[in-house]
Design a protein around this ligand. Structure first.
Ligand SMILES: [Zn+2]
Length: 406
């Protein structure tokens, strides 16, 4: 009951908050609708809520109980002037309301005639311009209904949103900022070989790389600077909050001896079908699962469509950095994996708006790689090569941005 009051208070407070004039997505209420399938036999029917917006927005959807409700949080829709009561099909549900929820977030709450499950959440181009969010829900039994058990978390545990700029953010006249992400930490030591822990080795290398980058005139944002556990999603959020232009995650994992040696660079690719890489990605996500965090989002559905849209801009930039890095590391005589650039479903590379790579500096399971990681001269050469690659990439990226603006 207490949370209900809290919810009510928040809703009551809404109209008091001034709407900021900004380039927020606007809803086109006349083209939006709620539609039910099949004939009305007085029982809950499958429904589709379709919202037409003038631009795509990140959003997520989940359910609450008591009464059953669908909640969609958007970052951010300007609902002002659009009356939820006037939505076509509004009478299909007991209640529907929308509005600004808290700074940066808008919320739509739709009371449902019974328990439902989300079957599809799609955002794509709308006919006649703009973007359309289509949420398809189907009635389910109470046992299949999966509301968030903690409505308070629904209130406050909003995700760190991806800042999706309509124009990809490029390096402006300011200093380039690099997020350095030493893998693992805290209760997740990463790969272990004897008394050697990946988390500690990466923290050490990250410090050296930070110094080299700073001396080269770049700014550095660290996702961790001590032996603490930082969830993968938080690492991306920290990079975004620090306005990073590039994200570099550092690892030195373990694979069965003889399977992998040499430095390799990964960019995001969920279709990577190389078994060893898949194992590595799963191992990286597992530490988050152990910590009780769930990137797969089984308790609420984070719509990935928009992320994919934004990623089509970012992905070539990540790949471009990987190429510069390989060529600089080659020139520095650093021994690399036989396929130095690969794709992987490493969750930490999922930022839709920041070019991201994961560098496996080597494999702790390989004696040669281990020796390199403990060789100050090798580390210094590697850090210098990465810093040069950052500089070359930044120039190239700025030039491409200028070209694409013409
Ligand atoms: Zn690792």
């Amino acid at each position: 009951m207490r949370w209900l009051c809290a919810l009510l208070l928040v809703w009551l407070a809404l109209p008091v908050l001034a709407q900021q004039p900004s380039a927020l997505a606007r809803i086109d209420a006349a083209r939006s609708s709620l539609v039910a399938e099949g004939r009305d036999r007085g029982k809950p029917r499958p429904m589709e809520l379709r919202l037409v917006l003038d631009q795509p927005v990140p959003y997520r959807v989940y359910f609450l109980d008591g009464p059953p409700r669908l909640v969609a949080d958007f970052r951010e829709i300007d609902f002002s002037g659009a009356d939820a009561a006037a939505l076509s099909g509004r009478e299909l549900v007991p209640a529907l309301r929308w509005g600004r929820f808290r700074p940066g977030w808008s919320r739509l709450v739709m009371e449902l005639p019974g328990p439902y499950a989300l079957r599809a959440a799609v955002q794509g181009p709308a006919q006649g311009g703009g973007a359309a969010v289509a949420l398809r829900i189907e009635p389910v039994g109470q046992d299949e209904f999966a509301p968030r058990d903690n409505a308070l978390s629904a209130l406050w545990d909003l995700p760190a949103p991806a800042a999706v700029a309509p124009v990809p953010r490029r390096i402006a006249e300011r200093v380039l900022r690099v997020a350095i992400d030493p893998g693992h930490g805290g209760h997740d030591p990463g790969a272990q070989v004897g008394a050697i822990y990946e988390a500690a080795v990466m923290l050490g290398f990250a410090r050296e790389l930070t110094e080299v980058l700073s001396r080269a005139g770049f700014e550095v944002v660290a996702t961790r600077s001590d032996d603490s556990f930082v969830p993968l999603e938080r690492r991306m959020t920290l990079a975004r909050a620090g306005k990073a232009d590039l994200f570099i995650s550092l690892h030195a994992d373990a694979l069965p001896a003889g399977e992998a040696a040499g430095l390799s660079i990964y960019t995001w690719n969920p279709q990577a079908d190389d078994r060893a890489t898949r194992d590595l990605a799963m191992r990286h996500d597992r530490s988050d699962l152990v910590a009780g965090l769930d990137l797969a989002g089984t308790d609420d559905q984070i719509a990935d469509v928009l992320m994919d849209l934004a990623r089509t801009e970012t992905q070539p930039r990540s790949e471009a950095f990987a190429k510069f890095a390989v060529s600089e590391l080659n020139r520095a005589g650093i021994v690399m994996h036989r396929r130095p650039v690969r794709g992987a479903a490493f969750s930490v590379l999922k930022s839709p708006d920041i070019p991201s790579v994961l560098i496996e500096l080597g494999f702790l399971t390989d004696a040669g790689d281990r020796a390199n990681l403990f060789d100050p001269e090798w580390r210094s050469r590697t850090a210098q090569a990465i810093a040069r690659a950052v500089g070359l990439w930044a120039q190239d990226d700025a030039a491409r941005a200028a070209l694409s603006r013409k």
